[in-house]
Design a binder for this molecule. Structure first.
Ligand code: AMP
Length: 279
């Protein structure tokens, strides 16, 4: 595995890489969720690049940018074991050099749900992902359904900017009790960790109701919220959404696919999760 630290070196390494080439962008602190993307990408492609970059522009004020875990040695060892060919780990100054002033914004999609609670978050995500796509020029890029809105925003930007990358979305990897794997789960104390599976339980409630024929989206939101509210350690519910999978518009009635998504505060971390119905 080759480790690249500058855009120039990475571009050069990518130019010589076998095609098709896969890309797995990450912020590091890798877990089985990330590694499921790496494994699929390894199978699908003749060469594989991964990136580790804790992107400052997608963190809001008061968020955990400085404390975000950065176990670089372990991450590199894991990527090497999984057969990654190129890993790009740039310093912030390489991605945002002095004078940097061009942004990729996906207004609408990027302002809803997570965007409404984390202003500027998706501008940061879209900008860094567009930069990585331009630099690396992968044939396929792999993202987790765990960050459902992020996949919608990235699909949109890839289409709108004619980037010519196939965006592949893979299922959320969960703990045995349903909690979606996330680097931020480490912020939960024992009691909060025991309460956290309520997030997936609430989503499963919506899924079960839908499977038994309930298509009234308002009822699904209410029932999902009811499960979350029954858990005393849920300090705040930021949203419970039943939305169109492409526009993210809230639905009245489900007749095709829908994404049920939630964001809640349990202790220090804000936990997000979703399930897709009808896909
Ligand atoms: P992050 O390092 O949090 O930016 O995540 C990098 C990629 O891994 C994103 O595409 C995430 O959606 C994906 N990912 C994170 N957690 C999971 C999970 N539990 N299951 C599947 N994919 C995940």
């Amino acid at each position: 595995m080759q480790l690249l630290r500058t855009a120039q070196d990475m571009a050069m390494a990518c130019r010589g890489a076998a095609r098709p080439m896969g890309l797995v962008p990450t912020m590091g602190a890798l877990h089985e969720g990330h590694l499921s993307l790496v494994r699929q990408a390894r199978q699908d492609n003749d060469s594989l690049a991964a990136t580790i970059f804790v992107n400052p522009t997608q963190f809001g004020e008061g968020e955990d940018l400085t404390e975000y875990p950065r176990p670089l040695e372990d991450d590199l060892a894991a990527l090497d074991r999984e057969g990654v060919d190129l890993v790009y780990v740039p310093p912030v100054s390489e991605v945002y050099p002095p004078g940097f002033n061009t942004w990729v914004d996906v207004p609408g999609l990027g302002d809803l749900l997570e965007g409404a609670h984390r202003p500027g978050h998706f501008r940061g995500v879209a900008t860094v992902v567009a930069k990585l796509f331009n630099l690396i020029r992968p044939d396929r890029a792999y993202f987790g359904q765990k960050d459902g809105q992020q996949t919608v925003v990235i699909r949109r930007l890839a289409r709108d900017l004619d980037i010519g990358v196939d965006v592949v979305v893979l299922p959320t990897v969960r703990e045995a009790d349903g909690l979606a794997l996330s680097s931020r789960n480490a912020y939960l104390n024992d009691e909060e960790r025991r309460a956290a599976p309520v997030v997936y339980r609430a989503l499963c409630k919506a899924q079960r109701l839908w499977e038994t024929g309930v298509t009234d989206a308002r009822m699904l939101r209410e029932e999902t919220r009811r499960v979350l509210e029954a858990e005393p350690l849920v300090e705040r519910i930021d949203y419970v959404s039943v939305a169109d999978t492409e526009t993210l518009d809230e639905l009245d009635h489900i007749d095709g696919a829908a994404m049920v998504s939630v964001a809640v505060q349990i202790g220090r971390p804000r936990l997000i999760d979703n399930v897709v119905l009808g896909q």
